[in-house]
Design a protein around this ligand. Structure first.
Ligand code: CAO
Length: 407
C-alpha cells in the first residue's frame, strides 16, 4: 500500500519542472500515465550518452511512470484525451503559456468533463506582465532573486547548479496537488493548481528579501562586504544568516577540497583549540560574536590556516567531534559513490530495458507507511496497448491509430 494508491495522474509534462513533480507523485504511489506527443518528450533525445537510447536526462526524471503517445492535434486524439480526462484525478502540464487551451481544453472544458479533476500547471510566470513568456531553469533563477544574490561581489551574477527553478518548482507543484487532493475529500470538487517558476525561486530566495528590507536600517553586518548600496549584494559563500559561515580550503588543494564551517557562539572555544589558537577563546578581541563580526574574513582566515593542512574528511571528523557544524564540499563523483547515500536509497541503481543499469537520485520524501521502490522510466508509447486497451480500443483500431499518426 502506498500513500497515493488509487490516484490516477495524467501527466502531460515534459523537460524537467513538470516531470520532477509527477515522478514524486509516482514514488508516493500514484499511477502516473505520461502522455507524450508521437515524437516523445524532447529530453528523450537531449544530451544522449548512448546512441538511440533514452537519455539520462529523461530516465532520471520519469521513473515509475507508464507512457502513452497521443497526437493532441488530431480529432481522434482529442476524443481519446477526453476519455482519459474523465478517468483521471489529476492532470499536470508544463507547456508554454496557452498550449492546452489551444488544444481545445480550457479549464472550463476540463471541469465540464470531470468536475473532480485537479488541473495543475507549471509556467514560467504568474498572470502579470510576464505571463506569455516561456521560461527555462536559469531564467527563473535570474528573475526570482537567485542570480542577483549568488556569486562574489566583484564578479557577475551566477546560476546555481541545483535546479531550483525546475525541480524546485516541481516540488511546490506537488505540495499544491496534494493539498487539492485533500480538499477534494470534503468538497468533492477538483480545482486549478498553478505554480510559476519565478514564484518558486522567489519563495526559496525569501531571506534575501528579508535582507533587502533590513538594508534600510544600515549595513548587513553578517556579510563580508565592506560597502553597501541600496540592493542586497552578492556575498560569496557567506551564510548571511544568524550564524556566520564560510568555505575554507583543505589539503591537498583540489577544486573540491573545501569545507563549509559555521561558527556558532558556542563553537568558538572548541574551534580556537582545534586550530591551535586556544589563547583566542577568551581574548576580548575574539571571544564574543559581536567582537568577531567586523572581522569575519580574518576569523575564517585563521580557521583556514589550520584546515589547509588537513584533508576535508579529517576536518569533518575533528570539527564534528567538537559539535561544530560543518560540511565538506562533496563533488558529484563523491556523491554518486557515497556509501551512506546508497544505503539511504538516495542514490539508486535502476535497470532500464535498453540502456541497462543506470544510477538515479531516489526520493527525498521518506514515509514509514509508503516505501518507495524506484522502477525504470518507460519507453516511448510502451503502455499504449495496455492503457488504450483499458479504454476499449481494439487491437485493429490501435494499429489504425498508429498508421494515421494519432498515437
Ligand atoms: N500532441 C500534439 N502537439 C503537442 C503535444 C501532443 N501530445 N504536446 C505538446 N504539443 C505541442 C503544443 O500544443 C504546442 O503547440 P502550439 O504552440 O502550436 O500550441 C507545442 O507542442 C510546443 O509546446 P511548448 O510551448 O511547451 O514547447 P516549446 O519547446 O516551444 O517550449 C518550454 C518549451 C519549456 C520553454 C515551454 O514549454 C514552457 O515555457 N513551459 C513552462 C515553463 C517550464 O516548465 N519550463 C521548464 C522547462 S525545463 O528547463
Amino acid at each position: 500500500m502506498k500513500a497515493l494508491e488509487g490516484v490516477r495522474v495524467l501527466d502531460m509534462t515534459h523537460v524537467q519542472s513538470g516531470p520532477s513533480a509527477t515522478q514524486l507523485l509516482a514514488w508516493l504511489g500514484a499511477d502516473v500515465v505520461k502522455l507524450e506527443s508521437i515524437t516523445g518528450d524532447i529530453t528523450r533525445q537531449q544530451l544522449r550518452d548512448l546512441p538511440g537510447v533514452d537519455s539520462l536526462y529523461f530516465t532520471m526524471l520519469n521513473c515509475n511512470k507508464r507512457s502513452i503517445t497521443l497526437n493532441m492535434k488530431s480529432e481522434r486524439g482529442k476524443e481519446i484525451f477526453t476519455e482519459l480526462v474523465k478517468q483521471s484525478d489529476v492532470l499536470v502540464e508544463n507547456f508554454g503559456p496557452g498550449a492546452v487551451d489551444r488544444m481545445g481544453f480550457t479549464w472550463e472544458r476540463l471541469q465540464e468533463l470531470n468536475p473532480r479533476l485537479i488541473y495543475a500547471s507549471i509556467k514560467g510566470f504568474g498572470p502579470g506582465r510576464y505571463r506569455a513568456f516561456k521560461a527555462y531553469e536559469v531564467i527563473a533563477q535570474a528573475m526570482g532573486g537567485s542570480m542577483t544574490t549568488t556569486g562574489f561581489e566583484d564578479g557577475p551574477p551566477l546560476a546555481t547548479g541545483a535546479q531550483i527553478g525546475d525541480s524546485g518548482t516541481g516540488i511546490h507543484a506537488v505540495a499544491g496537488i496534494l493539498a487539492a487532493l485533500y480538499q477534494r475529500q470534503t468538497t468533492d470538487r477538483g480545482q486549478r493548481v498553478q505554480v510559476a517558476m519565478q514564484h518558486a525561486v522567489l519563495n526559496l530566495a525569501r531571506v534575501k528579501l528579508r535582507d533587502q528590507q533590513r538594508l534600510a536600517h544600515g549595513p548587513l553586518r553578517e556579510y563580508p562586504n565592506k560597502t553597501f548600496g541600496d540592493e542586497v549584494p552578492r556575498s560569496g559563500n557567506a551564510s548571511g544568516g544568524g550564524q556566520p559561515g564560510w568555505a575554507v580550503r583543505c589539503a591537498p588543494g583540489g577544486p573540491n577540497d573545501y569545507i563549509y564551517v559555521i561558527v556558532q557562539p558556542v563553537g568558538w572555544k572548541p574551534i580556537s583549540e582545534i586550530i591551535g589558537r586556544a589563547e583566542l577563546a577568551d581574548d576580548p578581541e575574539w571571544a564574543t560574536p559581536e567582537a568577531r563580526l567586523p572581522k569575519l574574513d580574518k576569523m575564517f582566515q585563521l580557521i583556514e590556516e589550520w584546515t589547509i593542512r588537513h584533508d576535508k574528511w579529517t576536518v569533518l571528523d575533528k570539527l564534528n567531534a567538537a559539535n561544530v557544524p560543518c560540511g565538506p564540499i562533496l563533488s558529484t563523483k563523491e556523491l554518486i559513490e557515497d556509501e551512506s547515500l546508497r544505503e539511504e536509497g538516495m542514490v539508486v541503481a535502476v535497470d532500464h530495458p535498453e540502456r541497462g543499469e543506470f544510477l538515479t537520485v531516489g526520493s527525498p520524501l521518506q514515509l514509514s507507511d509508503s516505501p518507495v521502490e524506484v522502477r525504470t522510466s518507460p519507453l516511448l508509447g510502451e503502455h499504449n496497448q495496455e492503457i488504450y486497451g483499458e479504454l476499449g480500443v481494439s487491437a485493429d483500431e490501435l494499429a489504425e491509430l498508429k498508421t494515421n499518426g494519432v498515437i
